[in-house]
Design a protein around this ligand. Sequence first.
Ligand code: SF4
Length: 389
Amino acid sequence: MNPLALYLHIPYCLSRCHYCDFNTYVLDPPQSREYVRALAAEVRHYGAALEEPRQVETIFFGGGTPSLLPPEDLCALLEACRAAFPVSPGAEVTLEANPETVTAAAFATLLHGGFNRVSLGVQALQAGLLHVLGRPHTPARAAEAFAAIRAAGFRNVNLDVMFGLPGQSLRDWCRTLEGVLALGPEHVSTYGLTVEDGTLFGRLSREGALRLPAEGAHLAMYREAIRVLPAAGYRRYEISNFARPGFECRHNLTYWRQGEYLGLGAGAHGFLGGTRYMNHRLPAAYIAAVRSQGIAVATRERPSPLEHAEEALMLGLRLAEGIDLSAFTVRFDLQDPPIDPSALARLGGLGLIEAHGGRLRLAEAGLTVSDSVIVELAASLVLPAGIHA
Ligand code: SF4
């Protein structure tokens, strides 16, 4: 059976963080109960509708703040997945959580219900920075939440942390990394802040009222992460993700390797049979669509072979393993070599990329300018004769 990943979106949080542009809303309990019923119905619909049986290898409950829902509801949703799909006995089942919602009792229920990985949003270990971000928890609460997750029995935990925050110094960031290492999770995700339209930070930025670290300071923070975390035994397997051996996030690796996945829930994206789709974003519209049609697809698109190849390149180069050039050439029916040799020579000469054993990857110097390197390589794909972009 071909593998499949499931993503279930829980679009509720206690409050909106000042930087967040995810599809999430302040918790509305009557609606969230309806939402859980709709999500279970969508799971059942896809389970019955798939033409060939698929082995589910990973399930990811993301948000939003999934841990805001009662643990019994989350376990019932996981049970609905198991009833609708053959789920591998060794499947990775992740729950995203935020510190203010974590109790050892709830997480013991979740572990018992089949969740085996937790991704906890810590973001910073300075009360002032958490306040600036609009996070509703303190550094102490984050540490307590981690201890509660461990006490419940979870042995695979990711901590999310952010750098490039307003008012954050390199020293703050080093302290956050030290604090995270002292907790000893299996996985660490480090995100550089990006300011998005439609957020409080977006408005403050337009008004000139958001003071971010200078570009050099932002880069110094990233460099510190890629120095400190590997030195402590966390391998950088993706630009922003670090794991102890064997604890890489299998679900996210599916995205980066362009595997197939079903996105379930409001605003979720899926990729199946060469088609991408996105569900209705608003929970009320999503619930209404599932009630009437069993699914809630708002848009569908079928990427062209070139778009598909560009995406594979962009995602694959995020990984430390890079891409296998000959497999890439065959998969997308490109010319050999699949990338303009002059672009490879130029970027290689600058020390930004490296090719070894038939694989192309970003060199360490390329990590800090990864976006522009990847865009240049994608623009240098060599199409087969007769095919035009
Ligand atoms: S907790 Fe996460 S999903 Fe919720 S508002 Fe904050 S950043 Fe967004």
